[in-house]
Design a protein around this ligand. Structure first.
Ligand SMILES: [Zn+2]
Length: 62
């Protein structure tokens, strides 16, 4: 029997926003079915928190 060090390749993780591959050891965020790399985190966070967005002086709840 021949033993090799070859392991089955895992599917690459890709950022849902920009499509870039997330490499081993890199941080990413997974929220509401979307996966975001560090470069796209702000866009993801803005989208997720959009219902909480207010503009000073135009608040409807005041
Ligand atoms: Zn990205």
């Amino acid at each position: 029997m021949i033993y090799t060090r070859h392991r089955p390749r895992r599917r690459a993780l890709r950022c849902t926003m920009c499509g870039r591959e997330i490499v081993r050891g890199e941080e990413y965020w997974f929220c509401s079915g979307r996966l975001a790399c560090a470069d796209c985190f702000l866009e993801l966070a803005r989208g997720e928190l959009a219902p909480c967005r207010e503009v000073c002086g135009r608040e409807e709840w005041l």
